[in-house]
Design a protein around this ligand. Structure first.
Ligand code: GTP
Ligand code: MG
Length: 579
């Protein structure tokens, strides 16, 4: 498991000197850094430990003007190496860096009281005591970057802490925040960063967010050594052909395509060092980026950060909030929340239970793959969370939502059944909104699918109050014989036809089923003898008026018995064969 250790501490307290003493590498490589004798940008070096473990070391600048850079370096680290000058003791950026480490959740580390060679033993002892008070949970080691005193003990201490540290965020897909971009002659653009999660290998297709630029990885190095695949926690340099240097900058994220949302809002749990007012404007430091933002407070402990630019984050990420100084930090609850704030939802998200998170999110149906693409849950946590909901066809539905929709749907079907006992069903489009999940949810609702219709379980069409009207109509049709009767209730007509009691003709007319069969036999017989039948001939044979004869013949056309040829009809082949 690869771990990264980051320095911290006040300007000039000896961080870079100590890094060089530990690793042999001078990370102050910029001409301006050399000229001014202070660090300006982040420096990187591999650190080999006595137990064979190798760590990545990030050296940060201590000057108060470069705290922003320190934060960018510290977001990717697992352990801290806090450096305190034995003569000076803790100074403002000692405290601020320590606060930032705590806000970022970097709780494991070692304190080096350095420049031990420059003070007397009494002063050194006092400095060590003070450092121990400042960071009670960490081991304090007295060292000198110049004489090398204490370096062995410091390495051992770092090894012990590393052995006890578990890498965070390992669950998510590939994600690297760019801290450097440069061009190498004949090679092209290279970006570097700490790989937060996932892995990066030759040939991988990844995406730069938030700009949405698709790239292919040509080669990968870890601390200047080529590797086939870099793993989470490592310092990685990625060569990207076809990418212009100007296309990418510090703060961008190199991620698995579609695995993380791009958002202008972060829903967070606040950690305040100073009171942060509703509406406060501040800098939001996330990954290696810094984005201006505004705080919308939600309840006592939560907030929505509205950002001036897009951010690519995941649930559980830490951010640092700064104005002139560091005023607080926050833990991301939802990296792409709806704009409308909801205190109850924030509380649920903050509970951290996968089940309550899924419930908070699945207030409406959500695609399962979207839950992971929104960087809210992954791996085990996602599986656990999905146990709390119902999943059909890749859609997740919460029990609460299902209950509500189920009640709603039953209510509508009940009303329909009352209004229309003859046809108590509704088609899907009449029952549910035209959403992509409408088909999937049906299986979870207390309803029955019957053909194209949805009905209440066990519902059957019945005549109900219309039974009397039906009996009347039947008698009327009986008396009318081949003459067509007008039926005032089309639904009833449809129902009785389905029951085999009548045959509907055009214009709302109908005849009894027996009468229709008689009429059909007349036609078939006549056509058998004469080859065809005219309207007038049929009218005479049936003994009905012209209109009724017409309606009967048209129905026979529809039924595929006859076919019109001019003003006559002939039998269709099927009817001929059958008749
Ligand atoms: N005597 C003595 N001098 C030291 C020691 N470590 C650092 N120095 C001196 O202290 C000064 C600052 O050292 P740096 O290592 O650049 O300090 P830094 O913490 O990296 O400073 P920034 O990156 O600008 O915050 C330099 O002049 C170093 O030579 C030490 O152990 N003993
Ligand atoms: Mg330095």
């Amino acid at each position: 498991m690869a771990l990264t250790v980051g320095t911290a501490g006040h300007v000039d307290h000896g961080k870079t000197t100590l890094v060089k003493a530990l690793t042999g590498k001078d990370t102050d490589r910029l001409p301006e850094e050399r000229a001014r004798g202070i660090s300006i940008d982040l420096g990187y070096a591999p650190l080999e430990l006595p137990d064979g473990r190798s760590l990545s070391l990030v050296d940060v600048p201590g000057h108060e003007r470069f705290v922003r850079t320190m934060v960018a370096g510290a977001t990717g680290i697992d352990l801290f190496l806090l450096v305190v000058d034995a003569a000076e003791g803790a100074r403002p950026q000692t405290h601020e860096h320590l606060a930032i480490l705590r806000l970022l959740g970097v709780e494991q580390g070692v304190v080096a009281v350095t420049k031990a060679d420059a003070v007397d033993s009494e002063t050194l002892e006092l400095a060590v005591e003070e450092a121990q008070e400042l960071v009670p949970e960490a081991q304090v080691v007295a060292v000198s970057g110049v004489t090398g005193t204490g370096l062995g003990e410091l390495r051992t201490a770092l090894g012990a802490v590393a052995a006890a540290t578990v890498q965070r965020r390992a669950d998510f897909s590939t994600r690297l925040y760019v801290d450097r971009v440069f061009t190498l002659q004949g090679i092209g653009t290279v970006v570097t960063g700490t790989l937060w999660s996932g892995s990066i290998g030759e040939g991988d297709r990844l995406r730069f967010e938030p700009r949405g630029l698709d790239v292919r990885v040509r080669s990968v190095q870890v601390h200047d050594t080529p590797v086939a695949r870099a793993e989470a926690g490592q310092r990685v340099a990625v060569n990207l052909p076809g990418v212009e240097r100007a296309d990418v900058k510090r703060g961008d994220a190199l991620v698995a395509t579609g695995a993380f949302p791009r958002s202008y809002r972060l829903e967070v749990a606040l950690e305040e060092l100073e009171p942060i007012a509703d509406g406060a404007r501040l800098s939001v430091h996330h990954g290696t980026s810094r984005i201006p933002g505004r705080v919308v407070r939600v309840g006592d402990a939560h907030a929505q950060l509205r950002l001036a630019g897009p951010v690519v984050a995941a649930r559980g990420d830490r951010v640092v909030l700064r104005q002139e100084t560091t005023v607080g930090g926050a833990v991301v609850l939802d990296p792409a929340p709806p704009r409308r704030v909801d205190a109850a939802r924030d509380l649920l998200l903050d509970e951290g239970e996968p089940a309550s998170i899924v419930r908070a999110l699945v207030h409406a149906p959500v695609r399962v793959d979207e839950l992971s693409a929104r960087a809210l849950l992954s791996g085990r946590a996602l599986e656990d969370g999905l146990d709390a909901v119902r999943v059909v066809d890749g859609w997740a539905f919460s029990d609460e939502w299902l209950e509500q929709v189920g009640a709603d749907v039953q209510e509508r079907l009940r009303a329909r059944a009352e209004a229309s006992q003859l046809d108590p069903g509704l088609v899907l489009a009449e029952l549910l909104p035209p959403e992509p999940w409408a088909g999937a949810v049906l299986a979870l609702l207390p309803v029955e699918r019957r053909g194209a219709k949805v009905v209440l379980p066990g519902a059957a069409a019945s005549l109900g109050a219309r039974a009397e009207a039906a009996a009347l109509l039947e008698r009327e049709l009986d008396t009318a014989g081949l003459a067509a009767s007008k039926v005032g209730d089309p639904e009833l007509a449809r129902f009785l036809e389905a029951e085999g009691l009548l045959v509907r003709l055009g214009d709302g007319f109908a005849v009894g089923t027996g009468a229709y069969e008689v009429a059909r036999d007349l036609v078939v017989t006549e056509c058998g003898a004469a080859g065809e039948i005219s309207l007038a001939r049929f009218r005479d044979l049936a003994g009905v008026g012209r209109r009724d004869a017409q309606l009967l013949l048209e129905r026979m056309d529809v039924d595929g018995i006859t076919r019109r040829v001019g003003d006559r009809r002939v039998l269709r082949r099927a009817a001929r064969a059958g008749g």
